[in-house]
Design a binder for this molecule. Structure first.
Ligand SMILES: Nc1ncnc2c1ncn2[C@@H]1O[C@H](COP(=O)(O)OP(=O)(O)OP(=O)(O)O)[C@@H](O)[C@H]1O
Ligand SMILES: [Mg+2]
Length: 263
């Protein structure tokens, strides 16, 4: 167990709407090794984002986590209260969302948002936080760090916004980073640049990653192991190489076919 950073066991997240139950996450289990990149792949609506939100206990009504465990370093986060979870979110577990535009607050500058993220979790003065924020903006290869620091989100390109989001996710040296479709909203060339950046960061930093994508091509490039989701369930999981060479499930095969069709 000591080599696992996250163990999801029999997780169930359901929506209760007008007499109907939608089983968005339906009894899934997987675990992520320390310093490994684990992929969660599946078509749109299969339950990937709900899985990520459930891990951080961020599911909003009418959604509800109705069963299972999320063991982070052996501790079940689903048993913990908000105060405990606030100490985990953005500090030990960071998340980068699909849409950088919706994750950044339009009324604060990039610098204000990153320093806020730092001071929420670290004992550090304003100047120290500012220095750290700039350092991390440099680390994600933002060329004009000083300018971007003082810019508002709408002043930045999609790629730069996503770099800023990645910097913000890394500033508190998290143990686990959840990347939920981190390149889906970007143009293809920018997508490739962000994937290169993520590869570089993963190689350099001691990070464990949950990498979510609907694109098996991206998952194959980034992940050691992968689980394939379909309609709330994991239909197949294992080493990425093995699944690429010998997919067993029909939905896995369909996802792989769509990558082949594109390339
Ligand atoms: N507010 C809601 N009310 C009812 N059902 C919902 C709600 N939000 C999500 N769901 C259900 O949960 C399912 C899983 O959604 P989720 O966002 O996790 O999919 P996803 O795999 O991340 O898709 P995408 O690739 O489009 O991001 C959806 O198919 C939908 O049926
Ligand atoms: Mg999603």
């Amino acid at each position: 167990m000591e080599n696992k950073i996250l163990e999801v066991k029999n997780l169930k997240t359901y929506f209760y709407a007008s007499g109907n139950i939608v089983k968005a996450v339906d009894d899934i289990s997987f675990d992520i090794g320390k310093n490994k990149v684990f992929g969660l792949v599946g078509e749109s609506g299969s339950g990937k984002t709900l899985t990520a939100l459930s891990i951080l206990k961020l599911v909003a009504p009418p959604g509800k986590i109705v069963g299972g465990k999320v063991l982070f370093d052996g501790i079940n986060l689903l048993d913990k209260d908000e105060a405990y979870l606030r100490g985990i979110r953005g500090a030990k577990i960071a998340i980068v969302f699909q849409e950088p535009a919706s994750a950044l607050d339009p009324v604060f500058t990039i610098g204000e948002q990153i320093t806020e993220a730092i001071t929420a979790h670290q004992k550090i003065n304003k100047l120290g936080a500012e220095k750290l924020a700039m350092e991390f903006l440099g680390r994600v290869h933002i060329p004009d760090v000083k300018k971007v620091y003082h810019d508002y989100p709408h002043q930045l390109s999609g790629g730069t916004k996503q770099r800023a989001m990645i910097a913000m996710a890394l500033v508190n040296s998290p143990e686990l980073v959840i990347l939920d479709e981190p390149t889906t909203a970007l143009d293809v060339t920018i997508q490739a640049q962000i994937l290169d950046l993520l590869e570089e960061i993963i190689a350099k930093e001691k990070l464990s990653i949950l990498f979510i994508s609907h694109d098996f091509g991206i998952i194959a490039k980034m992940c050691d192991r992968v689980a394939v989701m379909y309609k709330g369930k994991i239909v197949e999981s294992g080493a990425t190489k093995q699944i690429l060479n010998d997919p067993k499930d029909k939905y896995t095969i369909a996802l792989l076919e769509s990558v082949k069709a594109l390339s």
